[in-house]
Design a protein around this ligand. Structure first.
Ligand SMILES: [Zn+2]
Length: 388
């Protein structure tokens, strides 16, 4: 059994010890230390990182009361110097403790129970039972949690025999066998937990809720604590400053300026669409003079049907409009031709696919050269039909 310094003496992050067991798995060496401060993955909390004899600890896991550390190679015989990555440990402790506080407030104030916890490198999440959150709940919980942080309440851990649990109001149920590790936040919260925690709520620093989403009937809340919350604030502050500089305005007027620009963009888009239709109509009128079949090219698929209609309105009998790998064909109704059927039967010979009605159809060609061959075939068939 490994002596767990992460429970017995959490401040120890550097120590010297010996390797008491080693085994090889998938090209890696897994070692057991006489005593370890490396927290093994578990309870929603990732493993600690750091080094053993200068080698990076890639993973830490527990198996049958032994803690295994995964290393790239065997560090050799004798004593080894060990060091836990203190920043990573602090990140885990702040977020795990922040989670206890957050879950306690959701349960006491809104009767939402925490049924899931995930701690990642950039943020943490909890999954809450209950209905969809109402407006104002997030801000209220954020305020209350941060007030409890300012009160700097003690966080203490006890190991209790399970029969003593009945003396506590346990969040997360009290159905346990054997000794239970209970994490207490003053008189606010009692929660069984095997993770690492800070020793007072003040050390959590800050809790900021980022966003929520509904997942399998629960509400998932994303949050950050302490230094991550500061980093999040710094990153967002930079974005707001850059936007203020770009819009030459202050934070208070920023949203209004962006909304104003969006409205202007909508107006310009509408105007642009109308002018474009007018321009296509005028072009169609020029092209259609004295012609029975008019061919044209457009860049936007939306323009194709507008142009085809304009060409027919201008007096042509057939409009053939290309747009990238698509071909649009339309006739004015006087022609005894079924374009949809023609594309289905003839287009396939050129690798095209598509269809449509008798008077309007479209086809798609993977090979642009084949589109040209099909267009020529269609045109010669149409011209042939005129001769008859
Ligand atoms: Zn915990």
């Amino acid at each position: 059994m490994t002596q767990a310094l992460y429970y017995e003496n959490p401040p120890i992050l550097r120590w010297t010890t010996e390797i008491i067991e080693r085994r090889e798995r998938e090209g890696r060496v897994h070692v057991v230390l006489a005593e370890t401060a490396f927290y093994p993955e578990g309870g929603g909390q990732p493993a600690d990182g750091g080094t053993i004899a200068g080698l990076a600890v890639e993973m830490v896991y527990q198996e049958d009361a032994k803690v295994f550390h995964v290393l790239e190679r065997d560090p050799g015989q004798g004593q080894v110097q060990c060091e836990v990555d203190s920043e990573r440990r602090w990140h885990h402790m702040q977020h795990h403790s922040g989670q206890h506080l957050l879950s306690a407030v959701w349960e006491s104030d809104y009767q939402c129970q925490t049924i899931g916890f995930h701690l990642g490198e950039r943020y943490a999440t909890i999954d809450l039972t209950g209905p969809e959150l109402e407006a104002g709940w997030l801000a209220a919980v954020e305020r209350r949690v941060n007030r409890k942080i300012h009160e700097d309440l003690p966080i203490v851990t006890h190991s209790l025999p399970s029969h003593e649990l009945k003396n506590y109001s346990i969040r997360g149920g009290d159905d346990f066998v054997g000794p239970v590790r209970l994490v207490q936040i003053a008189d606010l919260d009692d929660s069984p937990c095997c993770g690492t925690h800070v020793t007072s709520t003040g050390q959590i620093g800050l809790v900021k809720l980022l966003k929520t989403e509904r997942v399998r009937g629960c509400t998932r809340i994303y949050f950050v604590c302490g230094m991550k919350a500061l980093e999040d604030y710094q990153a967002k502050d930079q974005i707001v400053r850059a936007l203020c500089a770009r819009y030459s305005t202050g934070e208070a007027d920023l949203l209004q300026r962006i909304e104003g620009d969006e409205r202007r963009l909508q107006e310009l888009t509408r105007e642009h669409r109308e002018l474009r239709q007018l321009w296509l109509t005028l072009q169609a009128q020029t092209w259609a003079v004295g012609k029975r079949i008019v061919e044209a090219d457009v860049c936007e698929p939306d323009d194709a049907s507008v142009l085809a209609k304009a060409i027919l309105d201008a007096g042509a009998e057939v409009a053939v409009v290309r747009c990238g790998q698509r071909l649009f064909v339309q006739h004015n109704g006087d022609l005894d031709w079924h374009f949809g059927q023609f594309i289905r039967s003839e287009g396939v010979k050129f690798g095209g696919r598509g269809g449509g009605s008798g008077s309007a159809a479209q086809a798609y060609f993977h090979d642009p050269e084949q589109l040209e061959h099909f267009a020529a075939h269609l045109k010669s068939a149409l011209e042939g039909s005129d001769d008859e």
